[in-house]
Design a protein around this ligand. Structure first.
Ligand code: FES
Length: 115
């Protein structure tokens, strides 16, 4: 099923925006080769990734403990590493990838594809 998820013009190149797509909030990224949608909160302890940094047109870095996720796949690139001692928390909050959705573009309309 295709669900409308904002407009291409809502999201400047190299940035992300929180978009409501039906019942689902997604973080929509505009990268060099297109648009990508991930879940909006970090899988570690749920910090909002909209405040994270986009690194090298590839990863989003969580603003809280600096986990890095590949925006295109959701895979963990680096797990929570800050501040020192966060590793204790990691014992119970192990690595978990971000949920992602395929994105379709039709004119200036963005869609996510959900099953
Ligand atoms: S909440 Fe994102 S790394 Fe901890």
């Amino acid at each position: 099923m295709k669900i409308a998820a904002g407009k291409t013009t809502d999201i400047p190149k190299g940035e992300s925006r929180l978009i409501q797509a039906g019942d689902q909030a997604v973080l929509m990224f505009n990268l060099s080769d297109g648009f990508y949608a991930t879940q909006p909160r970090c899988t570690h302890v749920f910090a909002p990734l909209k405040r994270g940094k986009i690194l090298d047109d590839k990863c989003v870095q969580c603003p809280l403990h600096r986990a890095k996720f590949d925006i295109r796949t959701g895979e963990v690139d680096a797990w929570a590493s800050f501040p020192p001692g966060v590793q204790l928390l990691n014992v119970v909050r192990g690595e978990k990838k971000l949920k992602t959705w395929p994105v379709e573009v039709d004119g200036d309309q963005l869609f996510i594809i959900v099953e």
